[in-house]
Design a protein around this ligand. Structure first.
Ligand code: NAP
Length: 326
């Protein structure tokens, strides 16, 4: 029986691999580190489908090297690693995994927000390294959440999930930016859409949830950190390139803002001697926002469904370039 040939660029959870192996002749990359661009190009050369990760660059050169390719299924909601224009020109549908990782990602955004606000990274390191001398009335003082204002940059699926947690959990006032109005969310949370400048100046907590696109790349630089409150906590669980990290490090060092919590950086991983690691008021997680058992299984299932639909010539359950069907 003919089975389409696919390359799976990493070991995704078994539940997804089983679905793929049952229907395809699957070549699965077993290494812990991603394939190099050259190896990736070589492995997809005669493939009908590709499962890519955010660490795999799916560009015009890669697509050109794979004349049979009929689908790219990205194991992520963000698709900034895929050249969508090039894929659409070749009429290749690109799938992603929205929705199933929303709650897990929102949980990490709130975790980082709390950790940064309450100096958890710094105080935990101090305890382990012998600087916990006694219970100190003035030691490790952080920021309260109750009744404060959170600015959600990008009120999409994850931004909304974070806003709900902070509004209903801590009674926080929610202000946000988005491209389109969100009247249901305004009604649900008493939230207000504001200009980016207003968000920066009024927020006690700024949490980033925009997708990476030309309008959001580099949107946080020295000027933006300067507009934020000196007591502000900055959280980024979206993508590293939204932020000028030199400016962020300087803002954290100089006290222009109070603290930051990051799940994403540029590059990933950050070099071990990076400035941001040296700052006690910066909490950094290694891009773990979707890393729960259930979420990764759901991502694998959806990713497999996109791949299988693509190799069968059916419409993908989640397609980010639906114009290919016009
Ligand atoms: P989404 O529902 O598409 O939300 C993106 C939001 O960004 C939308 O509300 C959109 O506005 C807004 N937006 C885009 N450009 C904007 C701009 N220039 N100014 C203001 N708002 C803008 O996506 P999602 O599912 O919430 O995911 C968001 C991003 O999170 C992903 O693209 C990915 O990069 C990142 N992510 C990271 C992890 C992780 O592991 N750290 C996990 C999941 C996702 P409109 O609603 O008006 O279009």
């Amino acid at each position: 029986m003919f089975k389409p040939k696919v390359f799976v660029a990493r070991q995704i959870p078994e539940v997804g691999l089983e679905l793929i192996r049952a229907a395809c002749d699957a070549d699965v990359w077993l290494e812990r580190l991603p394939p190099s661009p050259e190896i990736l190009r070589e492995r997809v050369r005669d493939c009908d489908g590709l499962v890519s990760l955010l660490t795999d660059r799916v560009d015009a050169a890669l697509l050109a090297a794979a004349p049979r390719l009929r689908v790219v299924s990205n194991f992520a909601v963000g698709v900034n690693n895929v050249d969508l224009v090039a894929a659409s020109e070749r009429s290749i549908p690109v799938g992603n995994t929205p929705g199933v990782l929303t709650e897990a990602t929102a949980d990490i955004a709130v975790t980082l927000l709390l950790a940064a606000a309450r100096r958890l990274g710094e105080s935990s390191t101090d305890a382990k390294e012998g600087r916990w001398l006694t219970w100190e009335p003035r030691g490790w003082l952080g920021a309260d959440l109750v009744g404060r204002t959170v600015g959600i940059v990008g009120m999409g699926r994850i931004g909304h999930a974070v806003a709900k947690r902070l509004h209903f959990g801590w009674g926080m006032r929610v202000i946000y930016t988005a491209r389109s109005p969100k009247p249901e969310i305004d009604a649900e949370l008493g939230a207000s859409a504001v200009s980016f400048d207003t968000l920066l100046t009024q927020s006690d907590f700024v949490s980033v949830h925009v997708d990476l696109n030309p309008t959001t790349k580099g949107m946080f630089g020295a000027a933006e950190f300067a507009k934020m409150k000196r007591s502000a906590v900055f959280v980024n669980t979206a993508r590293g390139p939204h932020v000028d990290q030199v400016a962020l490090a300087e803002a954290l060092r100089s006290g222009a803002i109070f603290a930051a919590g990051l799940d994403v950086t540029e590059p990933e991983p950050l070099p071990a001697d990076h400035e941001l690691y040296k700052l006690p008021n910066c909490v950094i997680a290694p891009h773990i926002a979707s890393a729960t058992h259930d979420t990764r299984d759901a991502m694998a299932t959806l990713c497999a469904a996109n791949l299988l639909a693509g190799v069968r010539g059916e419409r993908l359950p989640n397609c980010v370039n639906p114009s290919v069907y016009d």
